[in-house]
Design a protein around this ligand. Sequence first.
Ligand SMILES: [Zn+2]
Length: 377
Amino acid sequence: MQGKPAYSLRSFSPRCPLSYSPTTHHSFHDSPTHATILPMTPLAPGWRPIVGHDWAVRLLSNAVTHGRIGHAYLFTGPEQIGKMTLARTLAQALNCEAGPDERPCGHCRACRLIGEDKHPDVRVVVPEVSERGTASIKIDSIRRLQQDLSLSAYEGRFKVALLRRFDAANANAANAFLKTLEEPPTNVILLLTAADSDAVLPTINSRCRTVGLRPVPTEAIEELLMARHGVAAAEANLLAHVAEGRLGWAIRAHHDRALLQERGAQLETLQKALESSLVGRFALAETLARKADALPPLLRTWLSWWRDMALLAYGPRRDAAISNIDEVERLARLARQWPRQRVLASLQQTEMALRQLAQNANTRLVLENVLLTYPQP
Ligand SMILES: [Zn+2]
């Protein structure tokens, strides 16, 4: 069986995500059709720093200019791709003190306060994170927000609620919020972000205009890091690949060395696991299980490594598609040695482990299943 894998590898690549399928007629997606039908108006200064989501910027900026803002938007896409930046910029455009064509200006009092999440009329709701690293938005946060939204704006034209990672809202919280979505107070705009529109209740989803963001192309991140942040070519290349379309991560990783060091340590642990016997792997699972909050980021790094491995095992080598570009020689060598099915199974098991951890499964058992699936030395 040297044929195609059971399902398309495209779905594992962050650069070719599963289609962000429109679920309502209000959905907007990264399509040339949308881009071409929009009339061209000059962009206000506050929109210009946003990189890689031109069509979404164009869409929102036009809605602001023509006074055709919806009362609720859902921004979807992978973590740190720029959903909150876009939502915050829209909040700035709504309350900016500059003239209508200059909103958002990026430097008036309203723009500055909103940029720092300190504006009295812009409420930000973020998930609480438990000791195990599980994020959730609870009903208390929604109730507090609703109370606040029922009061009129202090100084802005609009009251804006920014709800980060609404896919982390539990059922009670989501249902409570539904009331606000159905009958929003006047001059209230609701901006939600989520990894995926399918991760949000359909009743919530259908009441929002969805803006689906795609990963920023690797070359665009690389160019921006060099041009705007003065990053040296080699570092820009590595960061752009590892970022997997998350511009925000790439910029953060340039300023914070710890991020790449952490990734290095996570790949070393994987290497150690792959070289270990079964006994060694059980011991490693036990050690790793003690630091539950470190597991999701660890497994996400491993997942990206297996995704690269699967791309190499099932197709011709294309470095542009590889995330862990500094590992590509080793990946290519191992991809020739290991059976494809084993590579695919490792990828799937790692993906499943992340889901199981999010559902509070036993950490040690989850890790054992992962490590026992990985190919033996
Ligand atoms: Zn402004």
